[in-house]
Design a protein. Sequence first.
Length: 238
Amino acid sequence: MFKTAKFINAYSVEKETHPFRIYMERHTILRLIGNIENNSILDLACGSGSYSRLFCKLGAKDVTGVDYGIRMIEDATKNTPSDMPISYIHDNGESFRSDHKFDLVFHAYLLNYASCTDSLRRMCETMYCNLDNNGRTVGITSILGKSPSNSITCCDFYTSFNKPPAEGEKYEVYFRNQDESITNYNWGKESYHKIFESVGFKNIKWHYPEYTKSSELTDEDWDELTNYPVFLAVSADK
């Protein structure tokens, strides 16, 4: 996980400002979650809290952000206004349990940290167990390992492989001009789907990224992001 304040700050700024994040990642997520007014939301792998804060601005009743990285939780707390109904908790996405049940469990780039199918199953069980009986989950997961290239030209990150890794294989994600990397594992839609079903989720649907075009990126950039998507979105009901 992240080790230095410099890296965490660069990552947090990139999450909040890069056109890919705003006009594709965020656009896709908001279309899927729809109206969340008065929802109670669990944000797993909340990072520096960018989506936790966004959900509050969109009318969520309360948000609980959970992340395994203590530095990320510290950064999220520092950057969140005290009047926002957000609680940040340092805990593991494989084992977190709350006495409170949530209307929505959101996860951004959690599942690609699973080093094996047992780890992946525990993450999905965490989502399922923390949901209200009528709750749902929406999230995104990296599919960088499915790209024929280890670099998307317009993005600030690139990967360590020279050919697509095997199912479950480890690879590193690097950020330009940074010395640190993030370890990911290459899982495909079929592996994810099987485990979602095994823990009890229903109406499991997969969604490719959508975007609203911005002049901050060229037409060639948008074509590359569409032809070689960085992430895949998933939604499911309890």
